[in-house]
Each structure stands twice: as structure tokens, then as C-alpha cells.
Design a protein around this ligand. Structure first.
Ligand code: C2E
Ligand code: CA
Ligand code: CA
Ligand code: CA
Length: 275
């Protein structure tokens, strides 16, 4: 009935309102999070399948909120992007990750996620250079992870930025490979160092042959282009075996190591465990 329809509408309106208020609350708190030192980085091991050793860590941002507890980056990064706060937060991540990684053994790399918005900032290379210089981290130990969406904008500007980063000597990975647009066109224009195969493909491998075929194809593509391929989201021994079988060069997932505190990452490097 009409009355019912109106009731439902009001219900949706109310829900929307609540969502907007929740977002607004996050936004207000996010503005202070840096000053309050509520951010931290978790480090997830990346394993070389040839040597079965940890060769690097991805830095994953964590927000420890006073009352909300641990807030997921999936929840606050979009808000940080909408409000422009991602610039300052992203720079904090970059500087902190470089400072942490410089204390690891020399062969160990650190991966840092860049938001597409950071990628639109013409002074990005400057910021990266400054983070390297002030930490003393060798450029080749820093791997910047960008998603395909970062590459959607103005192609020429993006290519100039990628080349500036390359000239600094840092590595560039394509994150969540296979889930966005234009990836193949970009592979032809810019030599990425690594393709990170999205976890949705890894998760699908057991049940559907298409997912396995895609993982195999990306691994082969990487091999023929001389690009490393990291399978993300490997949670089980079976998935690890399957990933090996399809020819990926690296693996990152709960099975080989969850995101962990810096101290635990250090301990892991002192006492390496083969997988
Ligand atoms: P991502 O870059 O694809 O990072 C991998 C995500 O998968 C992480 O979630 C990680 O904890 C999770 N993961 C790793 N292995 C497994 C597994 O075996 N199973 C499952 N189910 N999940 C696994 P997290 O830390 O919640 O981060 C989510 C996303 O937030 C990241 O996805 C990235 O897009 C973004 N993010 C995290 N830190 C930063 C940052 O410093 N800057 C920016 N711009 N984005 C970040
Ligand atoms: Ca990533
Ligand atoms: Ca990813
Ligand atoms: Ca992702």
C-alpha cells in the first residue's frame, strides 16, 4: 500500500541518515588521528616461492581509535580520500614504513600502498625522495603499490609520474591485478616490477577452473615480461600448492603470515621459517 511505501521510504531515509552521520563522525575523528598518534602499521610477510624465504613485507595501515577500537582501512581510507586527508596520512605511512624497513636486513623490501589520489599529486616523487633521504632507506627496497584505478586518469601525467618514481630507483607494483581497467595497455607503456594477483582469484581457485586459468595466465604473462607475480590472500596449504603449481613467483597471505606488529616482523627475520 501507499502508507507502507511511505513507511519504507522513511526507513531508507533514516538508514541513509545514520550512515551519513557515521561517516561524518569518522571524518571528524580522522582529522585528529594523526596528531593523536592513533595510526600504526602492520607488516605482512611476502614469501619467495623459489627460496621459500620471507623477502619483504607489505605495510598495512591500522587506526587504533580511542573508543571504536581498531578501524579497518576499508572503512576510513575512502573517507580520507573524500576529505583530502589521504595526502597527510599517506605521507605518514610512507615515512614510517621507510624508517621501519631501514632496520631490517638489507635484502628485505617494504611495500607501501598509494591511493589513486596521491598519484594525482605532482609532488609525489618529491615526497618519496624525501622519505628515502630522511630514513636512509635504499630506493630499491621500497615498492610502491598502486591499483589500476590510479592509472585511469590522464595517461600522460601518470606516465611522467611513474617514470619519475622509476628514476628514483623505487619499485612499482600493480595491486589487485585483474580487478580494474586498462591493465594490459599499461603493461605495454610502463615496466612494472610486480603484479599482485587479487585475492578473489586465489579464493576461487578450488571451486572454479576459470580462476585457476586466470592465475596461470597472469603468472605466465609475468614470466614472459620478466615481472614478478605475487598471489594474494593464500589462506590454506592447498591454495599454496595450487599457486606454486600455476607458476607465481611470490605469495602473500594468512597461510604464510598475517599482518603483524613491527616487533614480530623483526623476530621473524631473526628466526626465518621456511614455508
Ligand atoms: P590490499 O592492498 O589489497 O591489502 C591486502 C589486504 O588483504 C589487507 O587487508 C590484508 O590484511 C588482507 N589479507 C592478506 N592476506 C589475506 C588472506 O590470506 N586472507 C584474507 N581474507 N585477507 C588477507 P587490510 O589490511 O584490511 O587492508 C585493506 C585495504 O586497505 C588494502 O588492500 C589497501 O587497499 C588499503 N590499505 C591498507 N593500508 C593502506 C595504506 O597505507 N594506504 C592506502 N592508500 N591504502 C591502504
Ligand atoms: Ca596492497
Ligand atoms: Ca591487493
Ligand atoms: Ca584489495
Amino acid at each position: 500500500s501507499k502508507a507502507e511505501g511511505r513507511g519504507r521510504y522513511r526507513f531508507f531515509e533514516q538508514k541513509m541518515d545514520e550512515q551519513m552521520q557515521a561517516r561524518r563522525a569518522i571524518e571528524l575523528d580522522l582529522r585528529q588521528a594523526l596528531a593523536l598518534q592513533e595510526f600504526e602499521l602492520a607488516y605482512q610477510p611476502q614469501v619467495d616461492l623459489a627460496t621459500q624465504e620471507v623477502v619483504g613485507f607489505e605495510a598495512l595501515l591500522r587506526w587504533r581509535h580511542a573508543t571504536r577500537g581498531l578501524v579497518s582501512p576499508l572503512e576510513f581510507i575512502p573517507v580520507a580520500e573524500e576529505t583530502g586527508l589521504i595526502g597527510a596520512i599517506g605521507e605518514w605511512v610512507l615515512r614510517t614504513a621507510c624508517r621501519d624497513a631501514v632496520q631490517w636486513p638489507e635484502a628485505i623490501t617494504v611495500g607501501v600502498n598509494l591511493s589513486p589520489l596521491q598519484f594525482r599529486n605532482p609532488s609525489l616523487a618529491q615526497t618519496v625522495m624525501s622519505a628515502l633521504a630522511s630514513s636512509g632507506l635504499a630506493a630499491e627496497r621500497l615498492e610502491l603499490e598502486i591499483t589500476e584505478n590510479a592509472l585511469l586518469e590522464d595517461t600522460d601525467t601518470v606516465l611522467v609520474l611513474l617514470k619519475q618514481l622509476r628514476d628514483l630507483g623505487v619499485r612499482v607494483s600493480m595491486d589487485d591485478f585483474g580487478t580494474g581497467y586498462s591493465s594490459l595497455a599499461y603493461l605495454q607503456k610502463f615496466p612494472f616490477d610486480r603484479l599482485k594477483i587479487d585475492q578473489s582469484f586465489v579464493r576461487g581457485m578450488g571451486a572454479n577452473p576459470e580462476a585457476s586459468a586466470i592465475v596461470r595466465a597472469v603468472a605466465a604473462l609475468g614470466a614472459s615480461l620478466g615481472i614478478k607475480t605475487t598471489a594474494e590472500g593464500v589462506e590454506t596449504e592447498e591454495q599454496l600448492a595450487a599457486i606454486r603449481n600455476e607458476g607465481c613467483t611470490h605469495v602473500q597471505g594468512y597461510f604464510t603470515g598475517r599482518p603483524m606488529a613491527l616487533a614480530d616482523a623483526r623476530a621473524l627475520l631473526v628466526q626465518p621459517r621456511k614455508v
